[in-house]
Design a protein around this ligand. Structure first.
Ligand code: ATR
Length: 291
């Protein structure tokens, strides 16, 4: 039996991280490559921290045009890049690199991923009031998304107020957006909000069945239009159930995961992917991952 799925013309892309065996990126990118009919393979690469510089130089020597970068290299990789785009600088982390004539340029496509996840459901943050719950690692991309995509006002609410304040300051350094930090239990005092993004750990792991918004009347009282929870395991978290009960459309974080990959492909292949193609990919992968 012969296998001609990899030919002399096949382009190699991949993801570097440590550990790497649980990554869904090869599934997402290779499925998309099949959907688009691209002659490419996307592979996982286990790279230890002490080998990161060698890995980047090696990838460049091999002519690898694009890579994703995951834990624990998202910050450290910046020292090996020739340029870092504004969103990634604001977040302080890179998850995608593109080979240019001067070396690799870094991007953070989580920003676009969360934006597409909201947009593809027919909502937007432009001129809207956004409430971001949480101020950890995943929150930075959500905060930068809201600021860079024209939110009228961004509230960042976190159990530890200081972390919310630090994130707010970082966002304000890069974007001219009205950002306000508040403690998590202060959310009931805000006048209204259109879009809620949950990036806290409430709802998954040992916090299954819990929500960062304890009183579900919040959704009605504040006229919330849309909620996104950035996790997808469990598929439907308590905050999503509460939102549904109060009649508020909502989505989990699986789309964000798929669309950050789509955004990386847009950078590598210098082409826009239509909403139809994006949602088709997300639907195909949902069938695989949800079941
Ligand atoms: P990630 O990288 O996934 O964002 P993280 O950086 O550990 O993970 O952030 C977890 C978020 O969940 C933080 O905003 C954290 O709040 P603190 O900054 O106060 O720790 C929030 N979180 C964790 N446990 C929580 C709890 N019991 N109630 C409310 N928020 C909680």
């Amino acid at each position: 039996m012969t296998d001609n799925s990899v030919k002399g013309t096949t382009a190699v892309y991949g993801v570097i991280g440590c550990p790497i065996e649980h990554t869904l990126s090869p599934l997402i990118h290779n499925t998309f490559a099949a959907q688009k009919g691209r002659d490419m393979k996307y592979l996982p690469f286990l790279v230890q921290s002490e080998s990161l510089g060698d890995a980047v130089r090696g990838a460049q020597a091999l002519g690898i045009r694009g890579m994703n970068v995951t834990v624990p290299h998202k910050k450290d990789i910046m020292q090996y890049l020739c340029d870092v785009d504004k969103d990634a600088q604001a977040i302080g982390a890179v998850n995608t690199i593109l080979l240019t004539e001067n070396g690799y340029k870094g991007y953070n496509t989580d920003v676009i991923g969360v934006y597409y996840a909201i947009r593809n459901k027919g909502y937007d943050v432009k001129d809207k009031t956004v409430l971001l719950l949480g101020a950890g690692g995943a929150a930075s991309a959500c905060a930068v998304m809201a600021a860079s995509r024209g939110a009228k006002k961004l509230y960042i609410a976190n159990r530890t107020l200081q972390k919310a304040q630090e994130l707010a300051e970082r966002v304000k350094k890069y974007y001219d957006t009205d950002v306000e930090a508040l403690p998590l239990d202060g959310i009931y005092d805000i006048p209204a909000c259109d879009v809620v993004i949950n990036s806290t750990v409430m709802g998954f792991g040992k916090n299954v069945g819990l929500s960062a918004i304890e009183d579900k009347n919040f959704f009605k009282d504040k006229n919330v239009e849309f909620l996104i929870d950035i996790v997808y395991s469990p598929w439907e978290t308590k905050i999503m159930q509460d939102a549904s009960e109060m009649g508020v459309p909502n989505v989990n974080g699986f789309g964000m995961l798929v669309y950050q990959a789509v955004a990386a492909e847009e950078i590598w292949f210098e082409e826009k992917v239509s909403i139809e193609e994006q949602t088709k990919l997300c639907d195909i992968l949902t069938e695989v991952v949800k079941n």
